[in-house]
Ligand binder design. Structure first.
Ligand SMILES: [Zn+2]
Length: 416
């Protein structure tokens, strides 16, 4: 029955955007119609979504809950969860007796947990028992495939077409971030498959677990990624031969989607200054505010304003490399700070000499500007799977690849 209440709540949000979204469903009604048995109605099922800027007491007041119940309910809820963390937009339901007392109150804390408050006794004074329980969810391993073409010209669009959510595209972009620059490398004809843990709740997709394996055919290159956790280490992605996909440099400082709008060159007509000038980096189109990550671990050597670059961050990396991020709307690091690979250094903007919102990314090797796109491609791969546990990796690899290329076996594995 609880499922029905939540489902109704979700239906209501789909149909209306009213401030208070409340629906009353009468389960007794349903029973009567289907079984032709008369059941006396003793309560109303009310469900809705927590409005912005409200209190729990106000929600109970809105639903005309008996005054004596409210303070006891509120303190009972507070005993089980931090009421300040109640979030607007989350669903709740109330089983309200005809005299205005509450038999049960439920509130969905997040995707994984819900609060249930039950009346402990029908006798006065009111008493409630509050518990937090895990929301049952089902995890299945699925193989998803897609391709890049004229219509679906980004990973996000291809994932969307496959009926999956953007989180899966972001997850894949992360897995292949050392191999594919999703800003510039995708080509029509590219295709991919991904084996992922998919969570559902009451039949609806609720999120993803780990990506177990993936294949990306990019511009004729066939890249595979296998998830593996070395003893005592953290999970990482490796190619078929156990070489880490995590390179010394990320392919780009941006997640993906945006594209290169201006390439590296030794001479180019400057769009504002008008005369030929070298372009010491690449320009990526990206929306204002998009996060910019350091392409490699290092130390921030400069974080501040430069006349042409506007808000600028420079990071020094091992092996004689330095990276520069220009025209940012915000800087999120200080000079001297240590950053890890992918750590936020700032956000995309158009400060300094910039005709529009973009990120100018520059790379220096031993003090000289080099073409980042070419340099990134030639970076050495990360640590391989240790030889002593290669046989464990091989077993995982073979199992995942079988599931990846034979979706029917993926289904069978779920039924084990
Ligand atoms: Zn530029």
């Amino acid at each position: 029955m609880r499922n029905v209440i939540w489902a109704i709540g979700l239906l209501v949000v789909g149909l209306s955007s009213a401030f208070w979204m409340v629906s009353a469903a009468d389960p007794a009604e349903t029973v009567r119609r289907s079984a032709d048995v008369a059941l006396a109605k003793d309560s109303d099922y009310l469900s809705g979504f927590v409005p912005a800027r409200t209190t729990i007491a106000h929600i109970f007041e809105h639903h005309m809950i008996q005054g004596a119940d409210t303070p006891v309910l509120v303190s009972s809820i507070a005993s089980a969860m931090d009421v300040r963390r109640m979030r607007a937009g989350q669903p709740y339901s109330i089983d309200r007796l005809l005299d205005g007392r509450v038999r049960r109150f439920e509130y969905e804390i997040d995707n994984d947990k819900r609060l249930i408050v039950d009346r402990a006794s029908m006798d006065a004074p009111p008493r409630f028992i509050a518990t937090v329980e895990r929301i049952p969810k089902q995890t299945t391993v699925v193989a998803v495939e897609g391709d890049i073409n004229r219509e679906t010209n980004s990973l996000a669009a291809a994932i969307d077409k496959a009926g999956e959510r953007i989180e899966l595209a972001l997850g894949m972009a992360d897995v292949f971030s050392g191999e594919i620059d999703f800003n510039s490398d995708l080509q029509p004809g590219d295709k991919f498959r991904v084996l992922v843990e998919r969570h559902t709740r009451e039949g609806q997709l609720s999120g993803y677990g780990a990506i177990l394996a993936a294949e990306f055919v990019n511009d004729g290159r066939n890249l595979k990624a296998i998830r593996f956790t070395p003893d005592g280490g953290s999970p990482g992605y490796y190619d078929e031969n156990g070489r880490s996909l995590k390179r010394f440099f990320l392919k780009s400082p941006l997640k993906f989607e945006p594209r290169i709008t201006s390439r590296f060159s030794s001479s180019r007509k400057h769009p504002i200054l008008g005369y030929a000038r070298a372009h010491n980096g690449v320009d990526y189109y990206a929306p204002a505010g998009a996060p910019i990550g350091s392409v490699a671990p290092g130390v921030v050597t400069f974080a501040g304003w430069t006349s042409g670059g506007g808000r600028t961050v420079k990071v020094r990396h091992p092996n004689g490399y330095e990276t520069e991020y220009l025209h940012m709307s915000a800087i999120t690091v200080r000079a001297g700070a240590r950053v890890g690979q992918g750590d936020l250094v700032g956000r995309v903007g158009k400060t300094g000499l910039a005709t529009g919102v973009h990120l100018h990314y520059g790379l220096k090797k031993n003090g000289r500007y080099v073409n980042p796109v070419i340099e990134h491609r030639n970076m050495p791969p990360g640590e391989p799977v240790p030889a002593g546990i290669m046989h464990v990796f091989n077993t995982d690899r073979d199992r995942y690849l079988t599931l990846l290329f034979n979706p029917t076996t993926a289904r069978a594995a779920n039924n084990e």
